[in-house]
Write a protein that binds this ligand. Structure first.
Ligand code: CA
Length: 279
């Protein structure tokens, strides 16, 4: 799939870009606190629910539209996040290096740097999940952003609740997974912690993709894992329909690991739904 050439930004908010303000190193923390109570009449502000965990994760928001930046800051703080707000790309890169945010919410249309280039540069300094906000709606723009290293993509205008749900999902995916004991697949043994697969005591070479698929299944023993979820976690959200990738790599895993690949006992297909690791 070819990434489309970056089209000119069509954000409504980019028509009259705010003068890029001076970078505010750590400045976000010294702003007067925004009150979520003021949001009752503001459609961009959705009320926090008591069930939200009191996370103190730092979320960097890069957005040149002041009203939207403010709404994002209010909502993130109301959820207990630290909001590090930036109005341009260059200062955001500096701050990403220094403050190590847990996630980045990034507008593609910024005054000083192309959003796709910014994603690539961010990827060289942080592995934190990046959620793109954009007024660009072409599939090429979306694929371009995901290929550059974004984890998710939300098109403007967007629902604040949906953005926050996607943020929580991205943070969950990024959380370090607990260790898992070695498991047996017939005469094969898989040790995720040691990143070692053996069969009758001999090492079995698995590709990085096979490892990632196997890890998702082994970490969910006995459970049906949806094909879309596997595609999203291994290849990214743009590949949710690419079920032939899954069939190909799961067949490879069975050939290498199952005692009888034609009659798998552990790496099971649930037709039309997904896969299951049966211990
Ligand atoms: Ca913009």
């Amino acid at each position: 799939m070819a990434a489309g050439a970056a089209a000119p930004d069509q954000d409504p908010g980019a028509a009259a870009p705010a003068a890029p303000s001076a970078p505010r190193p750590a400045g976000a923390g010294t702003d007067p606190p925004d009150s979520p109570a003021g949001g009752a009449t503001d459609p961009l502000v959705s009320p926090a629910t008591p069930a939200e965990p009191a996370a103190r994760q730092t979320i960097m928001v890069v957005e040149d539209e002041p009203a939207l930046l403010r709404a994002l800051r209010i909502n993130l703080r109301a959820r207990g996040y630290e909001a590090l707000t930036m109005q341009a790309g260059r200062p955001a890169l500096d701050q990403a290096t220094q403050r190590k945010p847990d996630a980045v919410i990034l507008d593609l249309g910024l005054p000083d740097i192309d959003g796709i280039d910014l994603i690539r540069e961010l990827r060289s300094v942080t592995s934190a999940p990046v959620i793109v906000l954009s007024g660009r709606t072409g599939p090429g723009d979306k694929i371009g952003a995901l290929d550059a290293g974004a984890d998710d993509y939300v098109t403007k205008p967007f629902s604040m609740e949906e953005l926050l749900a996607r943020l929580r999902a991205a943070l969950r995916r990024d959380a370090p997974a607990p260790p898992v004991q070695p498991v047996a697949i017939g005469r094969s043994t898989i040790d995720l912690a040691a990143h070692l697969a053996t069969r009758d005591g001999e090492q079995v070479r698995l590709t990085p993709t096979e490892w990632r698929l196997l890890e998702i299944l082994i970490r969910n023993p006995g459970q049906l894992v949806g094909g879309r979820r596997m595609l999203t976690e291994v290849w990214g959200p743009a590949y949710q329909q690419s079920t032939h990738y899954l069939r190909f790599h799961m067949a490879g895993l069975r050939r290498k690991l199952e005692d009888d690949p034609a009659r798998p006992q552990h790496l099971l297909t649930e037709p039309g739904m997904g896969y299951r690791f049966s211990p």
